[in-house]
Design a protein around this ligand. Structure first.
Ligand code: FES
Length: 95
């Protein structure tokens, strides 16, 4: 299992199986990451991996439409396109 901490949601921390989709865990556990499409199109699920960026999978082409190289360097990802294989802490801009 991995631990996911939703920093912007008062640090709510949940457990999930390895290689879980970040947005799906957020929806199931009421983590609070904003979303609309769930399919990599709208960009609403932009979030920042504060800790554990190395525990996320590779950047998808759909993410490159919404995020710049410097965003990725700063830890930004799109939650619906991101799978988690270790502990992470994630924040976002509240909507
Ligand atoms: S929810 Fe629309 S891109 Fe992730």
């Amino acid at each position: 299992m991995v631990e996911i901490t939703f920093v912007t949601n008062n640090g709510k921390t949940v457990e999930a199986p390895e290689n879980s989709n970040l947005l799906r865990v957020s929806i199931k556990e009421q983590g609070g990451i904003p979303f609309k499409c769930g399919g990599g199109l709208c960009g609403t699920c932009k979030c920042r991996i504060e800790e554990g960026l190395e525990n996320t999978d590779k950047i998808k082409p759909k993410e490159r439409k919404h995020l710049k190289p410097e965003d990725f360097e700063a830890g930004y990802r799109m939650a619906c396109q991101t799978f988690v294989n270790g502990n992470i802490k994630v924040s976002w801009v509240p909507r």
